[in-house]
Design a protein around this ligand. Structure first.
Ligand code: HEC
Length: 453
């Protein structure tokens, strides 16, 4: 196991230094963050495309993803495009090479100060874990441990938060040596079993934290990229009446049902999103309602969809402004969907029973982007990840009021939350590269937030 090491000033290099200089200039007010940079850009479709296309991996603008002119933006843009192509993600949606660099060259400015807002008190503890070059997309709690998995390194890391003891297990995915298995979504079921989507290996891993053993499910459609587990209102892996679990596949317009006893996989094709090539639509997150209907978001396709597994029927609902980027949604105990629109600063509340949009809730911090909303089954509260503001938002389901909890690091980019029933909320810094979150650790990092109100 690597140990957390000392300060890591050089990692963020010149831009990090520029950022800290600005921080110094801003005196005792709020330092500027990614959201402040985004809030200062013209409020157009182009800006929403920047959020949808450029923030899936790391925060944009501040703290370090910043350049001063079109040529410098272009140099970085071409690198990003190459990476996107190599990983076959098709995340970056611009028409021609200079479109984005020119737009950023003319419009991007470093803000001098940050948006001020009242934040709630909390005790926050960080648990550095895993190897420094790893990419840790998600975290989950199971068997008295907090877990992360390395997307590129194919290792599952656990930490016992009481003792600090760590453990690690190589994931037995079917990939060539040194190739990423792509550990992406990590979630638990009601029995405390850990499940991992291996998007690049196109497999699913089941891990029992008691026996420390893996079981691997294979046979998903090739080129689909196993992305995400369908979850229920309690934030568990959803199991249907036959005990099957369901997955989404980033590059295909399908959902798959897997029977964990037999390993049999059934593919359900959903309605085609007109006007887009299948691999660019990104059918991403999904939840099951109380009747067993599955609701999903198409992030680049910009649609809310449903699939009724009993009839095989599906539909796509066009309820967002262009390039809103609906992302990881949650469902509550009244079958209401809480859908974060990544790029428009809005959370859509949608009644799944009557198939009607209830309202759009405006985020309290301008320019912020929420990747994920999860429901704490113990309190009923919803938690949203403020990726651009280094925050987590707690939303009261009745009053729909937001409370802001600020995380202690710049670039604290988070993609999930988990709940332990003792009042703690858990997340992890999940930027790729993880050095874009400015921590003193050369590692991944799990974070525990204990609200103190
Ligand atoms: C597939 C993941 C991914 C996407 C999508 C992505 N990036 Fe990156 N970005 C990275 C990685 C990895 C690095 C670090 C390696 C590097 O700089 O080549 C990085 C680094 C950067 C940096 C340099 C930060 C520094 O330390 O100076 C900038 C600027 C940047 N990205 C801008 C963008 C822009 C603009 C977009 C959208 C067009 C984008 N990124 C989309 C993964 C991504």
């Amino acid at each position: 196991m690597n140990k957390p090491t000392g300060a890591n000033g050089s990692r963020s290099g010149f831009w990090g230094a520029a950022f800290f200089f600005l921080l110094f200039l801003s005196g005792c007010g709020e330092p500027p963050r990614s959201c402040d940079w985004l809030a200062s850009l013209p409020d157009t479709e182009m800006k929403r495309k920047v959020v949808v296309g450029c923030t899936p991996c790391h925060p944009m603008g501040l703290p370090v993803a910043f350049r001063y002119n079109a040529a410098a933006w272009n140099e970085q843009y071409l690198k990003m495009k190459k990476l996107d192509d190599e990983l076959e993600l098709k995340l970056i949606p611009f028409q021609y090479d200079m479109e984005l660099p020119n737009w950023l060259g003319s419009n991007s400015r470093l803000p001098s100060k940050g948006f001020e807002i009242k934040t709630a008190k909390a005790d926050i503890k960080e648990f550095p874990l895993g190897q420094p070059k790893g990419f840790y997309h998600d975290m989950a709690l199971a068997g008295g441990r907090a877990w992360i998995a390395d997307y590129f390194g194919n290792v599952l890391y656990g930490i016992n938060p009481e003792t600090g003891a760590t453990e690690q297990y190589p994931i037995p995915a079917d990939v060539a040596k040194d190739k990423p298995a792509g550990a992406h979504a990590i979630d638990v079921d009601e029995n405390g079993i850990l499940w991992i989507c291996l998007t690049k290996a196109e497999q699913v891993a089941r891990f029992d934290p008691q026996t420390k053993t893996f079981q691997i499910f294979s046979g998903y459609p090739k080129g689909g990229n196993v992305q995400y587990f369908v979850l229920d209102k309690d934030r568990f892996i959803y199991h249907d009446k036959e005990g099957c679990f369901w997955t989404t596949h980033f590059s295909k317009e399908i959902l798959c049902r897997t029977n964990p006893k037999t390993g049999k996989i059934t593919v359900f094709k959903v309605k085609h999103r007109e006007g887009m090539e299948e691999a660019t639509i990104h059918l991403y997150a999904a939840v099951a309602d109380s009747k067993g209907k599955l609701w999903f978001t198409e992030t680049h396709g910009n649609r809310l969809g449903w699939l009724d597994p009993t009839t095989g029927k599906s539909n796509l609902l066009d309820i967002f402004i262009s390039w809103a980027g609906p992302k990881r949604l949650a469902i509550d105990d009244e079958d209401r969907l809480w859908i974060p629109q990544l790029a428009s600063g809005v959370i859509t509340l949608f009644d799944a029973r009557h198939e009607v949009k209830l309202k759009d809730l405006q985020l309290p911090i301008p320019g912020d982007y929420v990747y994920c909303i999860r429901r704490d089954r113990f309190s009923g509260n919803l938690w949203a990840t403020g990726c651009g503001s280094d925050s987590l938002y707690r939303i009261d389901p009745k009053t729909q009021q937001f409370t802001v909890f600020r995380l202690p690091r710049r670039g604290a980019y988070t993609r999930t939350t988990a709940f332990d029933g003792k009042g703690n909320v858990w997340t992890n810094y999940a930027s790729i590269p993880n050095s874009q979150t400015l921590t003193p650790y050369q590692a991944g990092c799990i974070v525990r937030i204990t609200p103190k109100e």
